[in-house]
Design a protein around this ligand. Structure first.
Ligand code: NAD
Length: 271
């Protein structure tokens, strides 16, 4: 499994992880256990997903040394003014003494409390209770403000990113500032995108599935990527993307699918 270096003290993040949004708590333990069995070592949850307990049970039951598993969770929008309490509650639900990455889930700019939240994340990081801190759904102006007004540059920005929404400008800003790009809904939530004829052609060419083609595109772009599935065959399929290469023409064909279509809310207005 490829890992990428975060901008914090040599911490590495497995480039491909397992997302668990919309997986109910009772199903999360099984899904994460299946993911571990297929080689995943990076799990992406959030307080909002209401499945931190199931994720934590799977991590603890896995028998894997804690340092071999990368766990991300996120601060929900109602917690910007009491982020430390929200973090304590997440740790308690996970049943862990630290996480690897803690993210502000959305900037919620109308509340305008994300700078305050970030200062608390800096404290949690300095206390050694998370190995790295980052953000999610931040635009360039939000990132710039953190860099201007606080001490630590976010290690990662987790954003909606798939072939229909390749986020070129934001990725360039991340690269220029040492921030990793992490793609959420990397498969376009499986709706529509995976039926695109251009992807079917590439799938035929490489003897892979459309989902594998899209995930390989993310890997070659340098994104951290966290596909979600609860179906064992798909969980397995989605991690088997490290033994083939898309060429320039393939990448250009996927690049042509860009149409600016978002699946999730606009971070500028979402609270
Ligand atoms: P995704 O793009 O990973 O798509 C998941 C869906 O695609 C599955 O439910 C299934 O229907 C389909 N699918 C999965 N594997 C497939 C395969 N091999 N073949 C065909 N279909 C397949 O969407 P997602 O769950 O929205 O995003 C992934 C993760 O990103 C989430 O679980 C969560 O961890 C994270 N996320 C974060 C935010 C945020 O605001 N930070 C928002 C949404 C999601």
């Amino acid at each position: 499994m490829n890992s990428l270096l975060l901008n914090t003290d040599g911490v590495q993040i497995p480039q491909l992880g397992f997302g668990v949004w919309q997986v109910p708590d009772h199903a999360a333990e099984q899904a994460v256990t299946t993911a571990f069995a297929n080689g995943y070592r990076h799990i992406d949850t959030a307080a909002l997903y209401h499945n931190e307990e199931g994720v934590g049970r799977a991590v603890r039951a896995s028998g894997l040394p804690r340092e071999k598993v990368f766990v991300t969770t996120k601060l929900w929008n109602d917690g910007h003014e009491h982020a430390e309490r929200a973090f304590d509650e997440s740790l308690l639900r996970l049943g862990l003494d630290h996480v690897d990455l803690y993210l502000i889930h959305w900037p919620a700019p109308k509340n305008d409390k994300y700078v305050q939240a970030w200062r608390t994340l800096e404290k949690i990081y300095r206390d050694g209770r998370t190995r790295a801190i980052g953000v999610s759904n931040f635009g360039i102006a939000h990132l710039q403000r953190l860099m201007d007004e606080t001490d630590i540059v976010p290690s990662i920005n987790q954003i909606e990113l798939h072939p229909n929404l390749p986020q070129k400008e934001l990725r360039a800003f991340h690269t220029a500032n040492g921030i990793l790009t992490e793609a959420w809904s990397p498969l376009g939530q499986g709706k529509g995108l995976l039926e695109d004829p251009a992807l079917a052609a590439l799938a035929d060419k490489h003897g892979r599935s459309p989902a594998q083609i899209v995930l390989r595109w993310h890997i070659q772009l340098g994104n951290v990527v966290i596909p979600k599935s609860v179906t064992p065959s798909r969980i397995k399929e989605n991690i088997n993307v490290f033994d083939f290469i898309l060429d320039h023409e393939d990448l250009a064909a996927i690049g042509a699918l860009s149409n600016g279509r978002r699946l999730g809310p606009d971070p500028e207005t979402f609270n």
